[in-house]
Design a protein around this ligand. Structure first.
Ligand SMILES: NC(=O)c1ccc[n+]([C@@H]2O[C@H](COP(=O)([O-])OP(=O)(O)OC[C@H]3O[C@@H](n4cnc5c(N)ncnc54)[C@H](OP(=O)(O)O)[C@@H]3O)[C@@H](O)[C@H]2O)c1
Length: 349
C-alpha cells in the first residue's frame, strides 16, 4: 500500500507545488527518498478528482491550462469524507482561501483531517490565527503533524528556521517586513509616487487586492505578528492583542523627511518581551539605513530574529508567489518524511 497526498484547494499555491513536484520528481526520489504521489485534488468550484494509484499531475496542470477544468484528466471523483477515510492518504494539504475571522474553510478541514489521523500542511493564516493552540493539541493527541510554514513568509524559511534550524536559541525580539504589498508601496513612494498612485500601481501589478485594507491597514502583518508571538515566542495571543497601525496615513513628505535624516519608513511587525510582558505591534517605523530591514525593498519580505545564542539573524526573501509558497509546502512535506519516517509513496502495509 502507498501513502499519498490529498490537495484541498488547487489554486496558485497548490499548482505551484504541483509544478515543482512535476519538475523535480526524480530529484526528490533520489535525494530524499520521497516519492510524491497525489491521490486526490479537491476544489471549491471545479469538483474533486481521485485516483488511488496517483494522479498524473502533468495531465492535471495541462487540463487546467487548456480547458480551465479537469475534464481532460482520467480520474474518478470522491467525496471529501471518502478521501479522509482512505488509509492510503497520509497527508492533507490545505490551500483553501483564508478567512481571518472564522478560519474557514481551512479550520474545519484541518480538524477533520487530524481527527482522521492525517498529517496536515496548510498555507492558510486563518486557522493559525483563530485556533492554533487547539489545532496543535489536537494534532499531538492524534500523533500527527500540523505544519504551516507557508503562512508566515511564503517559502522563505521563517517558522521552521526559528523552531528547527535555530533550536536551542531563545528568540527575545522579532522585527519583520512581513507584507510585500505595503513594502512595495513604501518603496515606490521613495521613488516619488504619492500613496494613492503607488497603491493603484500595486493593484495593477496584482500585489494589492481591489479592497486593499487587509494589507494597507496592517491586518495581514498583524496576523503574522500573532503567529510569531504564538509559535516562535511561545505565548499564544489573540489578534486583538496586536497593536495595529497601517500605512494609509504615511505621506510623501513623511517618506522624504525620513530619507533626509538617513532613515527609511517601513511597516514593521514587532514582537518583544519587555520585563516579562509580551508586546506585539504593527506600525510604520523610521529605520536607520544601516538597520538589517532598511534595505529590503519592493515586494520582498524579511525577518530579524533577536536571539540569545546568535544575536541577530535576518532572513530576506519572497513573501508570496505560486512556486514560492509551493516550496513552503514541499519543505513541510519533506520534514514529515524526515521526522515521522513517513515514506510517502513507499509505505509497505
Ligand atoms: N498566493 C500566495 O502567494 C500565498 C502566500 C502565502 C499564503 N497563501 C495562502 O495560501 C492559501 C491559498 O492561496 P492561493 O493563492 O493558492 O489561493 P487561490 O488561488 O484562491 O486558491 C484557493 C483554492 O481553494 C479552493 N477552495 C475554495 N473554497 C474551498 C472549499 N470550501 N473546499 C475546497 N477547496 C476550496 C479554490 O477552488 P475554486 O477556485 O474552484 O473555488 C482554489 O482551488 C490562502 O489561504 C492564502 O492566504 C497564499
Amino acid at each position: 500500500m502507498e501513502w499519498g497526498i490529498a490537495l484541498v484547494g488547487f489554486g496558485n499555491v497548490a499548482q505551484g507545488l504541483a509544478r515543482i513536484i512535476t519538475r523535480k520528481k526524480d530529484d526528490l526520489i533520489r535525494r530524499y527518498g520521497f516519492v510524491p504521489v497525489v491521490n486526490a485534488i479537491v476544489t471549491g468550484s471545479k469538483g474533486t478528482i481521485w485516483d488511488p494509484s496517483g494522479l498524473d499531475l502533468e495531465a492535471v496542470l495541462r487540463s487546467l491550462d487548456e480547458r480551465g477544468d479537469f475534464s481532460a484528466v482520467s480520474a474518478s471523483s470522491a467525496s471529501l469524507d471518502r478521501i479522509l477515510d482512505d488509509p492510503r492518504i497520509g497527508v492533507v494539504v490545505d490551500t483553501t482561501p483564508t478567512n481571518l475571522v472564522t478560519g474557514e474553510p481551512g479550520l474545519s478541514l484541518i480538524r477533520r483531517a487530524i481527527r482522521s489521523g492525517k498529517h496536515v500542511i496548510s498555507s492558510s493564516k486563518g486557522p493559525v490565527s483563530v485556533a492554533l493552540p487547539e489545532l496543535m493539541a489536537l494534532a499531538a493527541s492524534h500523533g500527527v503533524a500540523y505544519r504551516f510554514e507557508g503562512a508566515l513568509l511564503s517559502g522563505t524559511p521563517s517558522i521552521n528556521l526559528a523552531m528547527e534550524a535555530m533550536a536551542g536559541c531563545d528568540v527575545v525580539k522579532v522585527q519583520g517586513i512581513v507584507n510585500g504589498t505595503t513594502n512595495y508601496i513604501l518603496s515606490r513612494m521613495e521613488e516619488g509616487l504619492n500613496y494613492s498612485d503607488a497603491l493603484t500601481e500595486a493593484q495593477e501589478l496584482g500585489y494589492a487586492e481591489t479592497d486593499p485594507s487587509g494589507d494597507v491597514d496592517g491586518w495581514d502583518a498583524a496576523v503574522k505578528a500573532q503567529i510569531i508571538a504564538t509559535v516562535i515566542m511561545g505565548e499564544p495571543i489573540a489578534l486583538s492583542q496586536v497593536k495595529r497601525e497601517g500605512i494609509s496615513k504615511v505621506s510623501l513628505e513623511d517618506v522624504r523627511s525620513a530619507l533626509s535624516r538617513g532613515k527609511r519608513i517601513k511597516l514593521v511587525a514587532q514582537v518583544e518581551r519587555k520585563d516579562g510582558v509580551l508586546e506585539a505591534s504593527v506600525a510604520p517605523l523610521e529605520l536607520p539605513l544601516d538597520h538589517p530591514l532598511a534595505g529590503v525593498m519592493g515586494a520582498t519580505n524579511a525577518i530579524t530574529y533577536g536571539t540569545d545564542n546568535l544575536r541577530d539573524v535576518t532572513i530576506v526573501g519572497p513573501g508570496a508567489g505560486r512556486e514560492e509558497t509551493g516550496q513552503a509546502i514541499l519543505a513541510d512535506l519533506l520534514a514529515i518524511v524526515r521526522e515521522r519516517g513517513l515514506n510517502l509513496g513507499r509505505r509497505t502495509a
